[in-house]
Design a protein. Structure first.
Ligand code: TMP
Ligand code: MG
Length: 300
């Protein structure tokens, strides 16, 4: 096996969890990331179950939506309706036999239904803060260190989420992880003067239109037009194209976290992501790659 990849895997130390379909391609990507260094790098990461953990101590963790769906501070009627939506649509999201095109109309129905329930429940900013503090939404081990390290090396991080921006920002604040290098593109709740959610900012971002959303945010990518290389981190096929807005893309390393329905979904992630991390609740692999890139002299 080629040099840099072997070193990365040694430092990561968890080879069994790391599946790579084309090691030669990954080696070439790593070589370019390393030789171009941090000044050419940007990081684009999904939030739910990518930056955040999928489980801890044998129990599932919360997504942005899950925080509200499971909170005793929300009315029972909200929780029941949200659960019914989740049970109907989550299986469709992960169904490896359906195409993305077949899934999209269902995902839009799910999002619209879910956003309407939050508006009906008149959820407030203040309640969101309380719910986040007591929730089981946790960042992956070493994720805060990686964000801090990237901030120290002036590498921009885009958190690109089809969850809820206001909620994920609260989680980042709680973890003291909202560093100046972090930007968020997500669905944002809009509030009235009483602090109640009355609508959501348009256009809707769902898990399978992140490619279009990237192109709808040209300013972000224009500002980073000299950063052609990227780490693209996700847990869903819909996260693969989060880098569509990058100018003249160079080396893109797509790292997929395989969390749920591992056997059924392995082929799909393995065939599409450059690296698949199987049930790894840490950001250690991203840490090793980030340090490998940033330890290089900054190119002029
Ligand atoms: P993301 O991980 O791409 O940011 O997508 C958000 C996740 O949120 C996606 O996996 C589906 C999930 N979700 C819920 O858990 N409940 C909901 O009500 C909705 C609309 C999405
Ligand atoms: Mg996700």
């Amino acid at each position: 096996m080629a040099d840099i990849l072997q070193k990365v895997l040694q430092e990561y130390g968890n080879k069994d969890k790391c599946k790579i379909r084309d090691p030669t391609k990954v080696e070439a990507i790593l070589q370019k990331l390393a030789s171009d260094g941090p000044s050419k790098l940007q990081v684009i990461t999904d939030f739910d179950f990518t930056l955040s953990r999928f489980h801890k101590d044998g129990k599932r963790c919360d997504s942005c939506h899950g925080i509200l769906d499971h909170s005793p501070l929300m009315p029972d009627s909200f929780r029941e309706k949200a659960k019914a939506l989740y049970e109907k649509y989550y299986h469709i999201e992960l169904d490896h036999k359906m195409t993305v095109e077949e899934k999209i109309p269902h995902m839009i129905t799910w999002y619209k239904g879910s956003h309407n329930l939050l508006i009906e429940a008149q959820v407030t900013k203040q309640k969101i803060q309380e719910m986040v503090l007591t929730s089981r939404a946790l960042l992956r081990d070493s994720a805060v260190n990686v964000l801090s390290y990237l901030n120290d090396h002036h590498v921009p991080v885009l958190i690109f989420s089809a969850g809820v921006g206001n909620i994920l920002e609260e989680i980042l604040h709680r973890e003291k992880a909202f560093f100046p290098n972090v930007e968020v593109i997500s669905n944002y709740m809009l509030f009235n003067e009483d602090g109640e959610c009355t609508s959501f900012r348009e256009p809707l971002i769902h898990m399978f239109n992140k490619n279009e959303t990237a192109l709808d945010n040209p300013d972000y990518f224009q500002d980073l037009k000299n950063r052609h290389n990227a780490l693209v981190l996700g847990d869903s096929i819909g996260d693969l194209d989060m880098g569509s807005g990058i100018h003249n893309p160079g080396a893109l390393l797509r790292i997929g976290f395989l969390n749920d329905k591992i056997d059924e979904r392995m082929d799909s992630l393995y065939n599409n992501f450059d690296v698949v991390l199987v049930d790894d609740q840490t950001f250690d692999f991203v840490n090793v790659v980030s340090r490998m890139v940033c330890a290089q002299p900054v190119s002029k």
